[in-house]
Design a protein around this ligand. Structure first.
Ligand code: AMP
Ligand code: MG
Length: 405
């Protein structure tokens, strides 16, 4: 059986960035930019006021005081009609263009109106105050974003500012999800004898969204070859197909055989991992006329096994397909146990845990988790503690390796 590291290596070897496509800004959050972006404007496009107040010539103020004739009112979006000449000022609003002749703005709070005149008393007046010069943040023709950056809120705002309502970006990664099992009913139904609700479908949709991929939920397949073929072949038209259940050694574990029938080549089956030993991974045979070379993950049916395998293998694959090459898969960190812990197991175990905030050291609390079917025991987990195979009593304060979720 492969180790987790060997299996991850194989997964990443088969995970390639998608070809970029054009997306609107509404669809761009979380995607990786696939072009350099140059600005088509100066920003700000005109020298502008930062406050509501009066645009003045600094030479007209003596120790911050002056009485000036107000010539016009300039609101944001308007264009000044007059130059400010000596002895005059213009009422100006935040963001409005500074009129010629003026070089500073005095805040409204430091002024009083007397008919058509304004009296200014600004003890801290400095020439040039409250003014942003044209092009201060960026210049026309300047490259403002480089390919490879992940598009977050600030990047999207900047793209809008420089007039890019559509951009070339990678993704989104499309991930089809198929839950298999004769025993499964949807969450909206009450199970009868022998049945359980489908936890993995919604769990994997959520995990997929959190990994910034687009879930396509194919629902529940019976443990029956024709139904598996039909639903899986639709799923293979996406970047990733994730199937839960049916990959162990039971009589109705038909998934690997059904995938082989569809031309999906097995890369590995079963790894030295707890929970998640039955994990199956394969790729579409590139000789087949499929539109994509989908990656296929057969996750074990127990919900915690499915979630751990998603975190360990599917998430890094999604990051690669999305072009997020900087994302280090499985960069574990060291933390100290908050309490003693007895670990016993024949495989390396990824135990759900909670990292606790602390000023000077990273502390981790293993949760009271009862095994691969116990998704409740995973609630509140924000990390996995990696315990080596074997039996060992860990002491409080002992350093362990953790994978942050
Ligand atoms: P399997 O991998 O199909 O052998 O399933 C292993 C265990 O996980 C069995 O107890 C199944 O009933 C359970 N299981 C399988 N699929 C799901 C699912 N979608 N939601 C919750 N439990 C599941
Ligand atoms: Mg099953």
């Amino acid at each position: 059986m492969l180790s987790v590291a060997e299996a991850l290596h194989l997964v990443l070897e088969h995970s390639h960035a998608k070809a970029p496509g054009e997306v609107s800004l509404a669809d761009a959050p979380g995607l990786v930019l696939a072009e350099d972006i140059a600005s088509d404007i100066d920003s700000p496009p005109h020298t502008k006021s930062m406050v509501d107040g009066y645009a003045v010539r600094s030479a007209d103020l003596i120790e911050g005081r002056a009485r000036l004739i107000v010539t016009e009112e300039i609101t944001a979006g308007a264009v000044p009609q007059h130059s400010v000449v000596s002895g005059h000022a213009a009422r100006i609003m935040t963001g409005a263009p500074l009129p010629d002749g003026a070089d500073s703005v005095v805040m409204i709070e430091l002024t009083n109106m007397f008919g058509a005149n304004v009296e200014i008393q600004d003890a801290n007046f400095r020439s040039g105050q409250n003014v942003i010069p044209r092009g201060q943040s960026l210049r026309q023709g300047e490259t403002v974003l480089r390919r490879g950056v992940e598009l977050g809120s600030a990047e999207i705002g900047l793209l809008a500012e420089v007039g890019r309502s559509r951009v070339q970006a990678i993704g989104p990664v499309r991930m089809a999800i198929l839950s298999t099992g004769n025993e499964l009913v949807p969450a909206s139904e009450k199970p009868v004898a022998g049945q359980i609700r489908n936890s993995n479908g919604p769990l994997l949709v959520a995990a997929c969204r959190r990994a910034a991929a687009m879930p396509i939920d194919l629902g529940i397949a019976r443990d029956e070859t024709d139904e598996l073929h039909r639903l899986m072949s639709g799923g293979l038209e996406n970047d990733v197909l994730v199937i839960s259940g049916g990959v162990s050694a039971g009589v109705l574990d038909l998934v690997p055989r059904a995938l082989a029938d569809l031309g999906v080549r097995q890369v590995f089956h079963k790894i030295r991992l707890k929970p998640g030993k039955p994990l199956w991974f394969g790729v579409c045979d590139s000789a087949l006329p499929t539109p994509h070379c989908a990656l296929v993950f057969g996750l074990p049916g127990n919900p915690v096994s499915s979630l751990v395998c998603f975190e360990l293998f599917v998430k890094p694959a999604i990051a690669r397909i999305a072009g997020r090459h900087w994302e280090a898969p499985h960069a574990t960190q060291s933390a100290k146990l908050t309490r003693e812990f007895l670990h016993r197991g024949d495989r390396p175990t990824y135990h759900p845990a909670r990292l606790v905030a602390s000023l000077d050291e990273r502390l981790v609390e293993p949760l009271g988790w009862k095994g691969s079917a116990d998704i409740r025991g995973f609630v509140g987990a924000n990390a996995l503690v990696v315990f080596a195979a074997g039996e060992r009593q860990y002491k409080p304060g002992e350093a362990v390796e953790v994978l942050v979720l």
